[in-house]
Design a protein around this ligand. Structure first.
Ligand SMILES: [Fe+2]
Length: 148
């Protein structure tokens, strides 16, 4: 089971993975097949890590919040849950479009889509860290309510 500090830690790990791959995302490097293959593998790992994280939030974080007695917590949780569904869809689409086949001919369109996905993810993580988690911690929900 995850608690808020586990989720924060996962955000850090994801951000680190994203920063590691970012310098490789240019047409010049991706024209070199072994580099493109490495980038492909790293992106598969990142997408898996994000999917596990999002699934974890869905399983360990939202269920208790959606039935909270505090209407504010309940409403913010619904908002975040629907945002999460759109991130999940974006991840699935990206995976199908770019990571399904071992096709390492990465184009500018691939780079643009990847950077878009990272941007979406970054916004999401920032909202959780700046809005959701502090609100939960303020309400006394957090470490205890989401058992490890
Ligand atoms: Fe998250």
């Amino acid at each position: 089971m995850r608690n808020i500090s586990t989720l924060r830690q996962e955000h850090k790990e994801i951000a680190q993975m994203v920063e590691e791959i970012r310098p490789m995302l240019n047409e010049k490097d991706l024209a070199i097949k072994p580099l493109a293959k490495t980038a492909h593998d790293m992106l598969c790992d990142i997408v898996k890590k994000i999917s596990d994280h999002v699934e974890g939030e869905d399983k360990d974080l939202y269920p208790s919040l959606l039935v909270s007695d505090d209407p504010k917590i309940k409403s913010v949780a619904w908002g975040f849950k629907s945002g999460e569904q759109s991130l999940r869809r974006a991840l699935g689409d990206y995976q199908k479009k770019w990571l399904k086949n071992c096709d390492f001919d990465f184009t500018q369109a691939f780079i643009d889509d990847t950077l878009d996905l990272f941007e979406r993810l970054g916004t999401r993580v920032e909202q959780e860290e700046k809005i959701l988690f502090p609100r939960l911690e303020h309400a006394g929900i957090g470490a205890e309510a989401i058992p490890e």
